[in-house]
Ligand binder design. Structure first.
Ligand code: RTP
Ligand code: MG
Length: 137
């Protein structure tokens, strides 16, 4: 059944000039980009997006990281795309993410308080609809 997911190219991906490669991997896999924009996220949007992480030690570093430059937000569609994109993205920690994944091939540890791991993908249909509402209204 066709699904949609929210994908973000985080500020590290945009700053490093990896947006095109990341979007190309999504398209090469066969998924469809149905909405796409470059945005400077507000603190308000980020606090909503990362509401589940409020109070955790990495929350404030995470918000500061996500405010550090523009983000590319996309709605991506396809059958089982939520699971499929998270597999394309790889594990949260880029140092240990498998080769062949976005994080494994393009990311590494930079010795910072938060993992700069290039991309975000929604983790469930409920999260996807909630996050698409936050980023695209
Ligand atoms: P995402 O939501 O970005 O796809 O990543 P995820 O599910 O793999 O990771 P999650 O646990 O939801 O955490 C959200 C983001 O917070 C940063 N983080 N840093 N200890 C750390 O350094 C740490 N833990 C989490 C990452 O940017 C992660 O993607
Ligand atoms: Mg997550």
């Amino acid at each position: 059944m066709s699904q949609r997911t929210l994908v973000l190219v985080k500020p590290d991906g945009v700053q490093r000039g990896l947006t095109g490669q990341i979007l190309a991997r999504i398209e090469a896999k066969g998924y469809t980009l149905s909405q796409l924009k470059l945005v400077n996220a507000s603190r308000e949007v980020l606090e909503q997006h990362y509401a589940e992480h409020q109070g955790k030690p990495f929350f404030e570093p995470l918000v500061q990281f996500m405010l550090s430059g523009p983000v590319v937000a996309a709605v991506v569609e396809g059958d089982r795309v939520i699971e499929g994109f998270r597999i394309l993205a790889g594990a949260t920690e880029p140092t240990t993410a498998a080769p062949g994944t976005i994080r494994g091939d393009l990311g590494r540890d930079w010795g910072e308080k938060v993992q700069k791991n290039l991309v975000h993908g929604s983790d469930s249909p409920e999260s996807a609809e909630r996050e698409i509402g936050i980023w695209f209204g």
